[in-house]
Design a protein around this ligand. Structure first.
Ligand SMILES: C[S@@+](CC[C@H](N)C(=O)[O-])C[C@H]1O[C@@H](n2cnc3c(N)ncnc32)[C@H](O)[C@@H]1O
Length: 298
């Protein structure tokens, strides 16, 4: 199969894919029977999984809105998934219409749909790649055309690092990205946490291990280490629902288990930047959380 100028592997509709199962949880239609079946088994084991997923997506939207508000207008979205309502480009451009966004995914279905959405938009690109091939991603023509690495970039790795079991490879790749980005850049990540020891979490792991995206839980300390020497922005590493919660009077219910931990960090090295001003304002309690219309999106 070809996606634009890139040859991509054939999609096997019989084998569930993490991207398509996730699309199903979000109410999307880009999934096959095998994906829906895997999702149904997971839902039986963990009925509040859709709440976990929605809480994670709400974090992604808040973090993107905060980064754009802090002055960032370039986003490199690793493991971007199949585009869904309330996507990174929608949220970022609602704050800053000049935002440029590149999504990266190793799932051909995700990339096909991202390219369809990005068609004729010079400020968007979608790259088919394994995010752990950091040099391939950083030098991909779509990335180089859309993003200027002399200026800060918001690097997103949301709900994806737990699909990379090789911690050393993941760590090396993130180190390479951190090195390549300019001071003032942000790294926004979320991860399934191993401190949730419920049998349900273990069952979910087993289910995902039969998909194209086996899953791996990590501890808070392991997660924190993925940010390297970048400065964690307040409130640090938290549960997804606790990261700069929305002022929405009726936020999503908190998931009772299967907690996702999250964090955002800034690359040090700039003086008083928009990012550091935002960080200080949050620390001083002068900046209330940005209100993103949570419930209009899944
Ligand atoms: C759960 S979805 C998350 C989508 C989006 N980031 C979000 O938070 O809504 C995880 C995505 O990561 C992709 N993925 C998994 N491993 C990857 C890798 N090594 N490189 C690039 N993408 C990967 C999957 O194909 C899937 O689309």
């Amino acid at each position: 199969m070809w996606v634009g100028a890139q040859a991509v592997p054939e999609v096997d509709p019989q084998r569930p894919s993490g991207a398509r199962v996730y699309d199903y949880y979000l109410g999307g239609t880009h999934n096959f029977a095998a994906d829906r079946q895997a999702a149904a088994v997971a839902l039986e084991a963990m009925p509040d999984l859709p709440v976990v997923v929605r809480t994670g997506r709400a974090f992604l939207r808040r973090a993107v809105a905060e980064a754009a508000t802090a002055g960032l207008n370039q986003f490199l979205d690793l493991g971007a998934g199949i585009p869904a309502a309330g996507s990174v480009p929608e949220v970022a451009r609602a704050v800053r219409p000049d935002c440029r966004i590149v999504s990266v995914d190793l799932d051909p279905v995700a990339v096909v749909h991202s390219r369809r959405v990005a068609a004729d938009d010079p400020g968007q690109a979608a790259v088919l790649a394994d995010l752990t091939d950091a040099d391939e991603v950083l030098t991909a023509p779509g990335v180089r055309q859309a993003l200027d690495f002399d200026l800060p970039v918001c690097l997103l790795a949301v709900a994806v690092a737990h699909f990379i079991p090789d911690t050393e490879r993941l760590g090396r790749a993130l180190e390479r990205y951190r090195e390549a980005l300019a001071p003032g850049s942000w790294l926004v990540m979320s991860h399934a946490c191993e401190e949730d020891e419920s049998p349900h979490a273990k069952q979910i792991l087993r289910i995902y291990n039969h998909t194209t995206s086996p899953m791996m839980l990590r501890s808070r300390d392991e997660f924190r280490a993925l940010f390297g020497d970048w400065t964690l922005l307040p409130p640090g590493v938290t549960a997804a629902a606790d990261w700069r919660p929305s002022r929405d009077p009726a936020p999503d219910p908190r998931p009772s288990r299967g907690e996702i931990i999250v964090g955002a960090a800034v690359k040090p090295g700039l003086g008083e930047t928009a990012a550091s001003r935002t960080r200080r304002a949050h620390a001083d309690g002068n900046l209330s959380a940005i209100s993103v219309p949570e419930r209009t999106w899944p």
